[in-house]
Design a protein around this ligand. Structure first.
Ligand code: GTP
Ligand code: MG
Length: 346
């Protein structure tokens, strides 16, 4: 998937070959199939394949459309060519991939939602807050405010849209055991919200290792069926990967797993029109003679999959500096924000 992929889930009009065959006077509902039914109707999907797909959680056309042929082939015990055909059919209907006109894309971008960070300067740097259908990464060394931004976003997401929120619930995947409900309650109170009500809308899971972390994204899809999840946070994205894959021989394997993980996160953002916020540590580059010696973990795999990459550093007197790097549509820039008892602000 491309960096600025912006495809929304659309209800699929289906005939046998994916075309809508609406007759005059026929009610709209009869020509539209959704979810599981639409998947079962895909050319190439027999009853057994349909069952396997649905059991494995492929219950929206979009989830099939963005899958890889090898993934589907293995799952359904079918050939990769057949799997590729099924995916292609799902893409036709779910309307992802291929060429689109600019104005068509502009329409899709109109469905994008934004979430405030509570700092005007930081929101402006990001073009109006964090954006749905994409991944925003905050990379920095320890104590820079990555987690604090995450906790603030949890609270803000529950706010109504007119207050910069999404009126939604949140999934927080915590790999470092740094989620603190007391801290969320404190930030919620400062925002004039009921702490208990806010905490009830945040679903937290500890990730015990990288495989567990990857699996939790699947769980998040399940949760999103019953709760309006529009914000998914992974704090931290890379720490387990970094700890588990040590040594040169393991790098390719680590990068490939991280790549899959990032794509599954982007898939979540696309399917649910959700915001994904991930944190990342930096490591010192031994070969840096000038400039900033720190580099985000995960190299270009993480950098490429993140639509927006924020680089944070500690400034003087409790201030933090955020720099936007590597954005598809915004100029690089810097801003200053602060973190205190109340949370994030200018
Ligand atoms: P690592 O996860 O260790 O890599 O760091 P991080 O970037 O996630 O740091 P985090 O977001 O946890 O920021 C920690 C900093 O936030 C602290 O050093 C404090 O400056 C600030 N902070 C956290 N909680 C509070 C609080 O309750 N009150 C105040 N005043 N500041 C806080
Ligand atoms: Mg942290």
């Amino acid at each position: 998937m491309g960096k600025s992929q912006a495809a929304a889930v659309e209800e699929a009009p289906i005939g046998k070959n994916g075309a809508s065959k609406k007759r005059v006077g026929e009610p709209e509902a009869e020509t539209k199939l959704k979810g599981e039914e639409a998947i079962r109707e895909l050319p190439g999907v027999g009853p057994a394949t349909g069952d396997k797909l649905i059991e494995a959680g492929y219950d929206e056309l979009m989830t099939v459309a963005v899958a890889s042929p090898s993934e589907i082939a293995e799952l359904c015990e079918i050939g990769e060519a057949v799997a590729a055909k099924i995916i292609a059919e799902a893409r036709k209907i779910a309307d992802v991939g291929g060429f689109r006109t600019g104005s068509n894309l502009l329409d899709l971008r109109k469905t994008i939602q934004r979430l405030t960070t509570s700092s005007k300067a930081l929101d402006e740097l990001l073009g109006g807050g964090l954006e749905s259908q994409s991944i925003t990464e905050a990379a920095a060394e320890f104590g820079s405010g990555k987690t604090q931004i995450g906790l603030q976003l949890c609270v803000n997401a529950t706010l109504p849209p007119e207050k910069g929120g999404l009126g939604c619930e949140v999934v927080f995947i915590d790999s470092e055991n740094t989620f603190r409900p007391e801290r969320v309650a404190q930030i919620a109170q400062a925002a004039g919200l009921d702490p208990k009500e806010t905490l009830d809308k945040i679903h937290v899971a500890r990730a015990f290792n990288s495989a567990h972390q990857i699996m939790l994204v699947e769980k998040a899809h399940e949760l999103a069926k019953e709760h309006p999840i529009k914000l998914l946070i992974v704090d931290s994205l890379t720490s387990h990967f970094r700890a588990e894959y040590v040594g040169r021989g393991t790098l390719a394997n680590r990068q490939s797993k991280l790549n899959t993980h990032m794509h599954e996160l982007l898939e979540f953002a696309t399917v649910h029109n959700a915001i994904v916020y991930v944190t990342n540590q930096v490591h010192a580059r031994p070969d840096a003679f000038f400039g900033d010696p720190n580099k985000p973990i995960g190299g270009h795999i993480v950098g490429h999959a993140s639509t927006y990459r924020l680089y944070l550093r500690k400034g003087k007197a409790g201030k933090r500096v955020a720099r936007l790097i590597d954005s598809p549509n915004l100029p690089e820039g810097e801003c200053v924000f602060a973190v205190d008892e109340k949370g994030v602000h200018d």
